[in-house]
Design a protein around this ligand. Structure first.
Ligand code: GLN
Length: 211
């Protein structure tokens, strides 16, 4: 699929075909797909929905959105995307960003249900770890890598990161637990940056694509 088609990239918004912009796919099987397409587009990427392995062609980054990790993991497996994404990541030519359910799909160890997943981030997480009765909450996070202004973070039935391996860089914590992490060319948050106006988290991810 070419950029600028399929409801993905903002073709016709004056950016030409977008060849000069970082090329980012958003896994479009379940979850808040359009919010992520819009968020990374606003941050300067040429975006494309990804439903089958062929959609990965030419991408530099892939975003796993928030949603229901069990549903997304099963659909990824069925579409052949678990294997295809793992292979591209192993080759080192696909950076990954996971939001909430996306973080769960990237985590090595998961408690509270075992969705089929990539397991590329050395994290142990507990699904719905803030308690099922805690549907959502907001918090201001200090994120030194993003400057002095705090990041306003929205958590929705978020996982709790119980532990992170030595190779994981913790970019932000909430109540002592990692909520924004990075390991090599893999980044993930337990909160939802795409639901705010702050583009700094997306831009930090886009900076990994050039690295
Ligand atoms: N609770 C969901 C899960 O365990 C994640 C919620 C979200 O992505 N906002 O998959």
């Amino acid at each position: 699929m070419a950029f600028g088609t399929g409801g993905g990239d903002a073709g016709g918004r004056g950016h030409g075909a977008g060849e000069d912009r970082p090329r980012v796919g958003v896994l479009a099987l379940q979850g808040d797909v359009s919010e992520h397409l819009d968020y990374f587009r606003r941050a300067g990427a040429a975006v494309r929905p990804v439903r089958v392995p062929l959609d990965l062609e030419g991408l530099e980054g892939l975003v796993l959105p928030g949603g229901e990790s069990t549903a997304i993991g099963r659909l990824m497996e069925r579409a052949g995307l678990l294997a295809a994404v793992a292979e591209r990541s192993r080759r080192g030519d696909l950076a990954l960003f996971g939001t909430c359910a996306g973080l769960i799909l990237l985590a090595r160890q998961v408690e509270g249900g075992q969705p089929p997943r990539l397991g590329l981030l050395d994290l142990a997480v507990v699904r719905n770890g803030y308690g099922r009765q805690v549907d959502s909450f907001e918090a201001d996070l200090e994120v030194p890598a993003l400057g002095d202004a705090p990041v306003r973070a929205l958590f929705i039935r978020a996982p709790v990161v119980e532990s992170a391996g030595a190779g994981v860089e913790v970019l932000a914590r909430f109540r002592g637990r990692p909520v924004l992490v990075r390991q090599g060319r893999c980044m993930a948050s337990t909160f939802h940056p795409e639901l705010g106006e702050d583009l700094r988290v997306a831009r930090l991810f886009l900076s990994l694509l050039a690295a």
